[in-house]
Design a protein. Structure first.
Length: 126
């Protein structure tokens, strides 16, 4: 296993709260201005392969370059028009697989399954 860093907005952190809040908006990747998104990507440590985030209850499973961005959604009471679901990450020696599991009985739109190689030789996003 490689190193990991876990951060929470409401806990004591090894990095300044202001630095976390800079990226705490719910439109983290999808609707973010490209220059701001590029700034976020450049700010990640080069070895970062998986970014898990939450709070928005909006499920997200997105590969950008050799990085996986993952929001497992919400399994609690239904909020707004967001699906009730949970996310799963399977971590293997050289890859990670993320997918969503619906907790509803009707069809809903969830992000597809993503299989992402995380070998050391993978190119960094440009």
């Amino acid at each position: 296993r490689g190193p990991s860093r876990t951060t929470r907005i409401n806990a004591a952190l090894p990095i300044p709260q202001s630095e976390l809040e800079e990226w705490s908006d719910t439109q983290l990747l999808g609707k973010m201005h490209p220059a701001r998104r590029d700034g976020l990507l450049r700010g990640l440590e080069p070895a970062t392969r998986v970014v898990v985030f939450g709070h928005s209850h909006q499920p997200c499973l997105l590969a950008i370059g050799n990085r996986l961005f993952f929001n497992p959604g919400s399994a609690g009471h239904k909020r707004f028009s967001l699906p009730r679901c949970c996310g799963m990450l399977e971590v293997f020696p050289r890859s990670v697989r993320g997918f969503m599991i619906s907790l509803e009985r009707h069809n809903e739109r969830l992000p597809a399954k993503i299989w992402l190689p995380v070998a050391e030789s993978a190119e960094e996003p440009g």
